[in-house]
Design a protein around this ligand. Structure first.
Ligand SMILES: [Fe+2]
Length: 230
């Protein structure tokens, strides 16, 4: 049975951040049965960790028929929303759980950051309030995203600076230093939010990630748009 069935009554919408600077793409009540998706996730072992994410990932095979249907659906609605061609094969998805306590963070892991792909999103899958996603403005450039060469140079400078300062082991979820909190998307259960990869964001950590058993951690499903165009 396909646990990733999409709720036919759900409707996508656009939510603007800041002064209509960054469009986000949201769908509330995405899945027919989010608890089934959650249960499916926790029947797995979350074997992978990756440099930037302070937790573990559970890959989902792109050749699985239900994952293929999911990716094709995402491609279709995102193509429509952006007016650009996005194919199902350009989309990958996995589960993530947050596990790293603040004192275990490496370098930049708790800081606002940008992602390496053109678009990235998450589906929140928690019943309790485990937080959503916070979006920031970089006060040094005045921008919410990395667009120009100047923005890129500044981002390279601050990421180097943070590497040199391993003492700042915190999850940044509010205005701090050069970061101005602009908005937060609440982590409502069964909500999908997708952002442009070049916008500054961080995980809104509300519950210490080292608390509880694996199946009590903050669970999200990532939707990764690896490329736009054919
Ligand atoms: Fe990210």
């Amino acid at each position: 049975m396909n646990v990733f069935r999409i709720n036919a009554n759900s409707r996508p919408y656009v939510y603007w951040l800041g002064n209509r600077e960054v469009p986000l793409f949201l769908i509330d009540d995405l899945y027919v049965d989010p608890d089934a998706v959650r249960q499916f996730a926790f029947e797995r072992s979350f074997p992978e960790s990756q440099a930037y994410y302070p937790g573990r990932h559970q890959p989902l095979p792109s050749n699985d028929p239900s994952i293929r249907i999911f990716s094709d659906f995402m491609a279709k609605v995102l193509s429509h929303a952006t007016g650009k061609p996005i194919s199902g094969s350009a989309i990958s998805t996995d589960f993530s759980i947050l596990t790293t306590p603040e004192n275990g963070l490496l370098g930049l892991q708790g800081q606002p950051h940008i992602d390496a792909t053109p678009m990235l999103g998450v589906i929140y899958l928690n019943s309790a309030d485990f937080g959503g996603t916070v979006f920031f403005r970089n006060k040094e450039t005045g921008s919410m995203s990395v667009v120009t060469d100047e923005h890129r140079e500044q981002y390279a400078r601050i990421t180097t600076r943070s590497d040199e300062n391993p003492g700042d082991k915190r999850y940044i979820t509010d205005s701090s230093g050069i970061w101005e909190k602009v908005d937060v998307i609440d982590g409502n259960k069964n909500r999908l939010v997708i952002w442009p990869g070049n916008v500054f964001h961080s995980i809104e950590v509300k519950v210490p990630p080292d608390l509880g058993k694996v199946e009590e951690k903050r669970l999200t499903q990532r939707v990764i748009v690896n490329r736009i165009g054919q």
